[in-house]
Design a protein around this ligand. Structure first.
Ligand SMILES: [Zn+2]
Ligand SMILES: [Zn+2]
Length: 245
């Protein structure tokens, strides 16, 4: 029964059916069921799929039911990467309001901001910067290729411009999404545990901790894992073959 409910949950999320998601959860589906690889979907959680496909109401429901923001999909991709990749600004905002770490890195060191930029999702890029994403984390695979005319990452001028302006301002934002106050890096206090979030005041740190950073802190540090990289490359190759058939 639970097995069928888990499968029903994945299908409902994949098809964007809020009613289907509700029914599957009622039937006992695990909110963080890690679905194995299949021809349509990579190994990931329902939240990861919902962040890619929407609508926002499904994401909201999964978060209410306790879906994890730190469980990664293939390639070390977080739910925030998934939403940023799809340019779903409203979902990006919702995840961050629930404590998602803005500068979480995937297996190729890409941040959600660089992922949104590489797809030229201008509104998502703007919102991520407003929320406190660091514009200067450009050592990831995608950021290193932005603007290079190879047909993949060369159509993102507007997004690159926003990132450059943010870098030149030398200002970062307080990572408490209810605050977002700009400040210079030296004046913002870094979270001593994860060193990934920064705040304008102790109050902002406490508030962010209580809305969700408590669950994410310490789980979002980048770690290059060779096995994961090999798995990722293998999966994308198989996916390519499926679409080429
Ligand atoms: Zn603040
Ligand atoms: Zn932290």
């Amino acid at each position: 029964m639970a097995k069928n409910a888990n499968e029903a949950l994945v299908v409902a999320v994949d098809h964007g059916s809020l009613e289907g998601v509700k029914a599957a959860l009622k039937a006992g589906a695990e909110v963080d069921f890690y679905q194995p690889e299949n021809v349509r979907l990579p190994p990931c959680t329902p939240l990861f799929i919902a962040c890619d496909k929407g609508p926002v109401d499904i994401v909201r429901l999964l978060l209410r039911k306790g879906a994890s923001l730190v469980k990664r999909g293939v390639g070390g991709l977080s739910p925030l990467h998934s939403a940023a990749d799809a340019g779903r600004t409203e979902i990006v905002d919702l995840l961050v309001q629930h404590g998602a770490t803005l500068d979480v890195r995937d297996a190729f060191k890409n941040t959600p901001l660089m992922t949104a930029c590489a797809n030229n999702h201008v509104d998502t890029v703007r919102r991520l910067i407003e929320l406190g994403a660091r514009p200067d984390l450009t050592d990831g695979y995608k950021a290193q290729r932005l603007g290079i005319p190879d047909g993949n990452f060369d159509r993102c001028d507007e997004s690159i411009k926003l990132i450059q302006e943010a870098i030149e301002s030398k200002l970062l934002r307080c990572c408490n999404p209810k605050c977002g106050k700009p400040g210079y890096r030296k004046t913002l206090k870094l979270c001593a545990q994860c060193k990934l979030t920064r705040y304008c005041s102790r109050d902002c740190q406490i508030q962010h901790w209580s809305v969700g950073h408590k669950k994410c802190c310490g789980h979002d540090v980048y770690s290059a894992d060779a096995t994961d990289l090999a798995l990722t490359v293998g999966w994308f190759r198989r996916l390519k073959r499926v679409f080429e058939q």
